[in-house]
Design a protein around this ligand. Sequence first.
Ligand code: APR
Length: 244
Amino acid sequence: MADDRRPHLVVFTGSGISAESGIQTFRAGDGLWAEHPIEEVATPEAWRRDPARVLQFYNLRREQVRRARPNAAHKAFAALEQQGFRVSIITQNIDDLHERAGSRSVLHLHGEILKARSTVDARMQYPLPRGGIALGDICDKGSQLRPDVVWFGEAVPHFPDACEIVGEADLLLVVGTSLAVMPAASLLELTPRDAPSVLVDPEAEALAPPGVTRISLPAGKGVPALVRHWQREGRLWVPQTLVG
Ligand code: APR
């Protein structure tokens, strides 16, 4: 909406926002990548070498996502939107917890685990076969189906859309990401000059780039606290009582 004058909150989330819903993050000592090395389950080479292993990894993760429920942070964004704020969510997460909480504008930078796609043509998407994707499930061109997720070494097709959204932010709120993965992390450099950026993450002190305000709290505490301030005042701002 080009003439939309409502305050525009752009939210950029990582796996930390879903941690309190029971979904594992990636880079912690007990994170997903420690248990399942990236090069064995999340690269095009891994897929070529051992597709059964890759499919099994994503089928198990899909079950974890289905069991999870949106937490207070996901719900707070949906409530803010309900109240009339313009809220655009860009997520690195492949789960659907933002949508299930009720958020309507969600861009999945790294794809969606609840969708399948053709191996030869990313635009050919399919509903998930019952029980997950199996070897032998094929697209209309006869090639194997794969999870509709972006693997390491692959292009990020929605990145230009994300850049455009961040460029229209009144405030950029980053939640639960170590900012270790490019190009996603570079979105923080694209905010308009007068728009503040805030990171909510227990490790915010160590992770926030210069110029980004740090709120060192878990998402389930930090996000609802911020959103309550915004709902009360009808504007986006950074309450100093939460900073640090
Ligand atoms: N609330 C908020 N943040 C939390 C919480 C919590 N309750 N618990 C942990 N975190 C934070 C950690 O401090 C860490 O900064 O979540 C972050 C998780 O970081 P990573 O494991 O690196 O995950 P993420 O940043 O989402 O990874 C980005 O990398 O592996 C790829 O494609 C994958 O989308 C993923 C991308």
